[in-house]
Design a protein around this ligand. Structure first.
Ligand code: ADP
Ligand code: ZN
Length: 676
């Protein structure tokens, strides 16, 4: 199932505008930042203004005027600034000539130059001054003055830095926005702040309670304890018991882990910090660790409360696994910080960390140690009863027609997660609305189910009559072999309506089993190869349509030989590594010679199964043909059709009884879907 798609639409309970505790400080911070810009700007302008004011009140003069003044001995001194501009200071005589109002200071001149003169070349200027004063008793000489232009020096430094800063800020803003970090989380001052969203009483959106969580009875019982820890901690600590700090929710996506965590907060009526493991990870070193620290500080100030970390595998993956690629230090330091924080707070501080993952096996062992996430709660895909309850929860707000039957829908949705079912309900409502109906009826739900299963039904996907026939025989081959083999899973439904990318699909109802025998695996392999075998038997040629079948069969044979020790030649040896933590996954744990044996045994097993499938289908060619024709005609067939053709299966349950049983049984294995 495509979880991304299902999650969005299936979340009517999730508030879209959660309260963000960081909002206010963020706003303030950004305000400060603007002040800094403003001050910087003002200083620059000021310096510019005042600097100019003291240096340039004078008038440029031309060469003629300069010569005249020199010859009349009206100049007190000439200062040559940086060998570029000459500044002319008049003596008392010159001042009374040109500026009658101005009096000379104690040095016989004004403090600022009276004129400036742009020299052409230095040599020519010196010559000019010299020749102009020929014969004068007290000639003025040129004083060379170095004056560093600190304004432009500063600007030369400040502008690149300023640009860098601006660029950086734009970058951070953009990033903050892309990551959906709320508020000003993207600004540079907040990069180390946690991005947790807070749900609490004030924001009024922890209104999820256990009654919104359907099914999951066992998980609820266990999690109920956590609620009790939060509500009456004394009850446990009085006896010296330690309240757990961390609970790990393990299960496939969309099964309600977030919902369960939220309902704990709702039941215990405590604040709830929610974030995803990937929120810690940033391209900057040290950010993750500082976010963890910030998160726990926030949480402690709100205790008792719950921290919920979704997808904890983003940071919690086993360390040191990427020895070859150099590893990811940032992720490791984030994980280390998380471990430190979890060790750091006392068991009675009232903070409980819930974390969700669908891969408990890849988590670092240190995370699962006592005092950290030492409790694990399994949240499985819902069984038929669970699915019915989930339908009930999500149908609460819908206007339903009289023909909507929840039991029937639960039967039609094997393998659906809670999120998928929420999505079905929503989709059905939308479909009914699109057709302008007053109520949502059964057909809307069925269409929604189909839509979720395989993307939109492609009504106009062109399939030639010939192709349709091949697909029908292929699927009929699967159905026939699985029906006739004792240990294969009996079929529930086959369709040759193209959905999304696949051309056909079959649903099987697996037996309930915790261990699988060699015989069972072998029979499954035969049934999987039944599709291709049927093409061979009927048309004498095979097609590319069996890719996923072949992949499945190969993997299964490989697992039988190398993992489960089910092959005589290899014997009771398993090359499976349950720790998943070996550092050098490039090397095989067996010799070249064994590798050859494995290859040979795998292909022998597959070939044997294929021959068996051919034999079965040749023997039952009539039944196969009848079934395929029925498929071509109706496009969908069910277990009953098979029963009509081949008779009841003499062993095991038929799926009808099975579905009736399922109500009593808590854990039902889900029918598997096979494409093409
Ligand atoms: P997970 O965290 O396991 O990926 P979520 O808790 O986010 O899944 O579930 C997504 C949505 O699916 C929920 O908001 C809810 O609408 C629906 N859902 C999933 N499981 C259940 C359930 N057991 N009961 C009711 N609704 C469910
Ligand atoms: Zn197939």
């Amino acid at each position: 199932m495509d979880n991304k798609e299902t999650k969005g639409a299936g979340n009517p309970n999730q508030p879209t505008q959660p309260n963000q505790p960081n909002q206010k400080p963020n706003g303030k911070r950004r305000f400060n930042l603007y002040w800094i810009y403003a001050i910087l700007f003002a200083v620059l302008i000021g310096v510019n203004f005042f600097g100019r004011g003291s240096v340039t009140p004078q008038e440029d003069i031309d060469q003629g005027k300069l010569l005249e003044m020199l010859q009349k001995e009206e100049i007190a001194k000439i200062e040559l600034i940086n060998k570029e501009d000459a500044e002319i200071f008049l003596n008392q005589k010159g001042l009374s000539h040109y500026f009658p109002d101005v009096k000379a200071g104690s040095e016989g001149t004004t403090t600022t130059p009276n004129y400036t003169y742009k020299i052409g070349s230095l040599d020519r200027f010196e010559e000019l001054v010299e020749t102009a004063q020929e014969g004068i008793a007290k000639p003025v000489y040129i004083n060379n003055v170095r004056r560093s232009n600190w304004m432009s020096d500063i600007l030369a430094w400040v502008i690149p830095f300023g640009l860098l800063l601006v660029f950086y800020i734009i970058l951070m803003r953009g990033m903050g926005r892309n990551m959906g970090g709320g508020g000003g989380a993207g600004s540079i001052f907040n990069i180390g702040k946690s991005r947790a969203q807070l749900y609490d009483k004030d924001s009024n959106n922890v209104n999820v309670t256990f009654k919104d969580v359907a099914g999951l009875e066992e998980a609820k019982v266990e999690i109920m304890e956590v609620v009790d820890f939060l509500k009456n901690p004394e009850k446990y600590t009085k006896l010296g018991g330690k309240i757990p700090k961390g609970v790990l929710l393990v299960g496939p996506p969309g099964t309600g882990k977030t919902l369960l965590a939220k309902s704990v907060a709702g039941e215990a009526n405590v604040p709830f910090f929610s974030l995803s493991g990937s929120d810690f990870v940033e391209m900057f070193v040290g950010v993750g660790a500082s976010r963890v620290r910030d998160l726990f500080n926030n949480a402690k100030s709100k205790a008792p409360c719950i921290i919920f970390i979704d997808e904890i595998d983003a940071i919690g993956r086993a360390r040191g696994k990427n020895a070859l690629t150099g590893g990811n230090d940032e992720r490791e330091s984030t994980l280390n910080q998380l471990l430190t924080e979890m060790d750091g707070f006392g068991t009675n501080s009232g903070v409980i960390v819930l974390a969700a993952t669908n891969r408990a096996d890849i988590l670092d062992k240190a995370l699962l140690r006592a005092g950290r996430f030492d409790r694990q709660i399994y949240v499985e895909l819902p069984d038929i009863v669970g699915r019915k309850e989930i339908f009930e929860v999500h149908m609460r707000g819908l206007k339903l027609g009289p023909d909507v039957d929840k039991d029937f829908l639960a039967k039609q949705t094997p393998g659906f997660s809670g999120a998928d079912i929420a999505n079905v309900c929503n989709e059905a409502a939308l479909m009914a609305a699109r057709k302008g109906k007053k109520e949502i009826d059964k057909q809307d739900f069925l269409d929604a189910v189909d839509r979720i299963i395989g993307g939109l039904e492609k009504k106009n996907k062109i399939i030639t009559a010939e192709e349709k026939k091949v697909i029908a025989f292929h699927e009929a081959g699967h159905a026939t072999t699985s029906w006739l083999l004792q240990y294969a899973h009996p079929l529930v439904k086959v369709t040759i309506v193209p959905r999304g990318k696949s051309l056909g699909a079959a649903w099987y109802l697996p037996e309930e089993r915790q261990i699988t025998t060699k015989e069972q695996m072998y029979h499954e392999m035969i049934a999987t190869l039944g599709g291709r075998a049927a093409e061979q038997v009927v048309f004498g040629q095979i097609s590319t349509g069996a890719l996923s079948d072949l992949e499945k069969v190969t993997k299964q044979a490989f697992a039988m030989v190398t993992y489960y020790g089910l092959d005589e030649e290899i014997g009771n040896i398993s090359y499976y590594d349950s720790t998943g933590q070996q550092d050098y996954s490039l090397t095989k744990p067996y010799s070249e010679k064994t590798a050859e044996t494995i290859d040979r045994e795998v292909s022998r097993l597959v070939e044997k199964a294929y021959q068996e499938a051919l034999a079965i289908l040749t023997d039952h060619r009539d039944g196969l043909t009848q079934l395929a024709n029925k498929l071509i005609e109706k496009e969908v067939i069910f277990g009953e059709d098979l029963e009509n053709i081949f008779g009841k299966r003499p062993w095991g349950h038929a799926e009808d009884e099975k579905l009736k049983d399922a109500a009593e049984k808590a854990s039902e294995n889900e029918p598997q879907e096979t494409n093409a």
